[in-house]
Design a protein around this ligand. Structure first.
Ligand code: SF4
Length: 252
């Protein structure tokens, strides 16, 4: 039994705020990686209203919708908190000059590796734990995600406070607390990523079917459990007695 497994059991079913408080108390170097989606809005709302010492950043691929950029600014204004931009090494123009235009249309995995995975790996190397907004019912790959788990891909601890939430619970929280959301959700975009790789979905379609439509891809790779990307290999997971640190009762 590892400490993380014990923490996962102790926190399973706990309110998201309790999980966030545990993460902030356990890991001084912890950050929320927000994609500015609805679930991220819930987490930012909880972090900001309860003044938790959790850094917040977003991956700015240079290919976000204008509506997403406007939401970014609206959230910063609403909560008086910076959502720091983490950008790829190359601008979109520099990438096109090196490997040709519209890499996302020819090789989306390679494009995500350059514009999302590499900058995220570099950013997460500065942290001991990261908070994500994944929910178990979003994709098959996320179905067995734990509330706290080892992220062997990036070599740190991954905290998923909303892992057991439903989409309805997310939207209820957003409405209850008047959290700004992306207007594209009302135009048929339940899941929003980079503009070139996101299309609206029809009624009854899987909410994520508009991401990389027509391609055998439903993840950027940020949440896959496989070999680490360049730069993340060999990192040692921070070992803490998270259960004791948070004053949680150990399950028998
Ligand atoms: S989502 Fe599309 S545009 Fe964005 S990084 Fe991935 S492939 Fe490139």
């Amino acid at each position: 039994m590892t400490d993380l497994a014990a923490a996962a059991r102790a926190l399973d079913g706990a309110p998201a705020l309790e999980v966030l408080r545990w993460a902030a108390a356990t890991y001084p170097r912890v950050a929320l990686a927000t994609s500015l989606g609805p679930e991220d809005g819930v987490l930012l709302d909880l972090i900001a209203r309860h003044d938790l010492p959790i850094e917040v950043f977003t991956l700015d691929t240079g290919l976000l919708f204008d509506e997403t950029r406007a939401l970014w600014r609206a959230l910063e204004a609403r909560y008086q908190r910076s959502i720091r931009a983490v950008a790829p090494a190359q601008t979109v123009a520099a990438q096109a000059a090196e490997v040709g235009d519209a890499l996302w249309a020819r090789a989306p995995d390679a494009c995500c590796a350059r514009r999302k995975l590499a900058p995220l790996a570099a950013e997460l190397a500065r942290h001991d734990a990261w908070i994500t907004a994944i929910r178990r019912d979003q994709t098959a790959d996320r179905a067995d995600a734990a509330v706290v788990e080892a992220d062997r891909r990036f070599g740190l601890v991954k905290v998923n406070p909303l892992v057991a939430w439903t989409s309805a619970q997310v939207w209820q929280h957003l409405a209850d607390h008047d959290v700004p959301t992306n207007p594209l959700h009302g135009r048929g975009y339940p899941s929003i990523g980079c503009a070139p790789c996101t299309s609206p979905v029809a009624a009854g379609e899987d909410p994520r079917s508009g991401r990389w439509r027509g391609r055998a891809k439903d993840e950027c790779g940020l949440h896959q459990r496989e070999a680490p990307p360049s730069g993340a290999a060999g990192r040692r997971l921070p070992v803490v007695d998270g259960v004791a640190a948070a004053g949680l009762r150990r399950p028998s």
